[in-house]
Ligand binder design. Structure first.
Ligand SMILES: NC(=O)c1ccc[n+]([C@@H]2O[C@H](COP(=O)([O-])OP(=O)(O)OC[C@H]3O[C@@H](n4cnc5c(N)ncnc54)[C@H](O)[C@@H]3O)[C@@H](O)[C@H]2O)c1
Length: 332
């Protein structure tokens, strides 16, 4: 059985429980790390009490990697720190799944990529939405050519986060650690879907953003127009201002042979036969955590590898850059 650990036990705590409960015995969680000793202790005790799982706790990541023989680690620290832990994990030759977004600057994501390549480890980014049945089936349909030539892929992410959400974690809503707001944090999920569907890098981006109703340094609304390398055009918008909280994500794909309208994880309208309810197939893995366990077992990359993980960061940063410059940004 493969052995895994988690660093950062906020959302990472849930990832650890998920791995333990849903990997079908392929992997076990043996250790967790968090620099906050109280949070770490609470997490270790909660695992024992709620899911009968005994894990060793560490406040120091290096120490955990030195003492635990691990097959994989999930990095779930604040986004601007991901590269620090990812580089250390690579030095210890431990396969790595980095939580979304991969990191918040291109320099940082490149450091992760270089360290992973040098170490020869398997590494990827935790983008669970790819594994939702609607999204999984749309990607398969695209690859089969069921849409014809894809022309447009649009995403609107209409979510709500209250001020307390931002106040709870000092890093949230800061440029230095969150790297943005509704687009870099929540929107990273949707931007990954978009780049996965497009299947390539963005090349031209026009964007705008603002903090409309939260006391944060970054933004709670962002919007952009994107052209991908293969000519696919997209409009995107993300916000954490939609009250009352419904957290709806609209994804709309239009090709020369057909269209598909997705609301959250459900295909609500399509003319494409393979995407109609009785024809949908079940994705091989429940989410990116379980895919990671199987990736390590099968010695393959996780579904979102580091090259693809970079695409959405590039897109998001280009939206911010375009807004700051007041003009379209062309990516080299
Ligand atoms: N995949 C998802 O659906 C999902 C959902 C929420 C958050 N996230 C991502 O998870 C990451 C963490 O977000 P969160 O909401 O859990 O934040 P959080 O603030 O609740 O938790 C982060 C934890 O990391 C710990 N930490 C910070 N620096 C550390 C270090 N150097 N060594 C060890 N531990 C350290 C903190 O003490 C804290 O407990 C972010 O990148 C976020 O984007 C992913």
């Amino acid at each position: 059985m493969l052995k895994f650990a988690v660093v950062g036990v906020g959302m990472g705590g849930a990832h650890g429980a998920n791995l333990h409960q849903n990997s079908g015995g392929a992997g076990i969680l043996v250790a967790v790390c968090d620099k906050n000793p109280e949070r770490l202790q609470w997490r270790v005790e909660t695992y024992a009490k709620e899911i009968n799982l005994q894990v060793r706790g560490y406040t120091d990541f290096e120490e955990m990697l030195s003492k635990e023989p691990l097959d994989g680690v999930i990095i779930s620290t604040p986004s601007g720190l991901h590269h620090q832990q990812a580089v250390v994990a690579a030095c210890h030759k431990v396969n790595t799944l980095v939580d979304k977004p991969m990191d918040i600057t291109l320099e940082a994501v490149d450091q992760i990529q270089q360290a992973a390549a040098k170490a020869g480890i398997l590494a990827g980014v935790n983008y669970g939405m790819r594994h939702k049945p609607a999204h999984w089936n749309v990607k398969q349909a695209m690859q089969r050519g069921d849409f014809g030539k894809v022309l447009l892929a649009d995403v609107r992410m209409k979510w709500y986060r209250d001020q307390a959400y931002y106040d709870k974690g000092a890093w949230r809503g800061t440029w230095k650690m969150d790297g943005g707001g509704s687009l870099m944090n929540q929107g990273a999920h949707a931007m990954d879907l978009l780049t996965w569907f497009a299947g390539c890098r963005p090349v031209r981006v026009r964007g705008d953003f603002a903090a409309l109703n939260h006391k944060i340094e970054t933004e709670d609304w962002a919007s952009g127009i994107v052209e991908f390398q293969n000519g696919v055009r997209s409009t995107i918008s993300t916000t954490t201002n939609v009250f009352p909280k419904v957290d709806r994500t609209y994804v709309e794909i239009h090709g020369t042979k057909g269209s598909c309208f997705i609301v959250n994880d459900e295909i609500v309208e399509t003319n494409i036969e393979s995407l109609q309810a009785p024809n949908l197939v079940t994705p091989p893995h429940k989410d990116a955590i379980i895919d990671f366990v199987h990736a390590v077992k099968e010695k393959r990359s996780p579904l979102c590898d580091l090259t693809q993980g970079r695409w959405s960061v590039e897109l998001i940063l280009a939206v911010y850059e375009s807004a700051r410059q007041g003009k379209t940004v062309t990516l080299a």
